[in-house]
Write a protein that binds this ligand. Structure first.
Ligand SMILES: C[S@@+](CC[C@H](N)C(=O)[O-])C[C@H]1O[C@@H](n2cnc3c(N)ncnc32)[C@H](O)[C@@H]1O
Length: 172
């Protein structure tokens, strides 16, 4: 009997294990305004896949969402913010990080032109209905937009964040 797709993927996983790595703070997904637990869980899995960390406020909402939405054996490193979101972003910039907002905007760089991250990069993701709030814009270095040709106004935030994280990680 030949090996089925399941056992083949297990073999592939095993042979690749030496290439695995966790995040070393070069790429940090920051879904600071994301409301739905399912989206946070999906983003956490993408962080694991691309070797990124995640940064979220230290609140019950985020703790519960990540506990329930997390199906990983070992989850990526999570930075729990103890201060205001804007103060944390400002602090990251002061330390030399680049802040990239994933959003629909006039002056945005299209995903196809986004280069892999060469220095510590924070990836801001907006609220499911309200997007990235206005007060965060002065702290943003670059905005990236994912081109869409369909009739929908926007993508699901976890899909948008995952596409951008793959690109910044140099894996897509
Ligand atoms: C559903 S969208 C919110 C859209 C919001 N109604 C607005 O018009 O600003 C939620 C988040 O997903 C991300 N997003 C969704 N589609 C995107 C796209 N095509 N390009 C870049 N970011 C996108 C952004 O981070 C956005 O804040």
């Amino acid at each position: 009997m030949t090996a089925g797709p399941k056992s083949r993927s297990r073999d592939i996983r095993r042979s690749r294990r030496r290439r695995q790595h966790g995040c070393w703070n070069h790429l940090i997904a920051a879904p600071l305004w994301v409301a739905y637990g399912a989206n946070l869980g999906t983003l956490l899995r993408t962080c694991d896949a691309v070797g990124a960390c995640m940064a979220v406020p230290r609140t019950d909402h985020y703790r519960d969402a990540l506990d329930h939405g997390d199906t990983l054996e070992r989850r990526p490193h999570i930075h729990w913010l103890d201060r205001s979101k804007l103060a944390w972003i400002e602090d990251q910039r002061a330390r030399g990080s680049t802040v990239v907002a994933v959003e629909l905007a006039e002056d945005a760089v299209p995903l196809t032109r986004l280069e892999p991250a060469r220095q510590t990069t924070i990836v801001l993701l907006g609220h499911e209905r309200r997007g990235v709030p206005e007060e965060a814009w002065p702290l943003v270095d670059e905005v990236v937009e994912i081109p869409m040709v369909g009739r929908g106004a926007s993508l699901n935030v976890a899909v948008a964040g995952s596409l951008v994280l793959y690109r910044l990680a140099g894996l897509a």
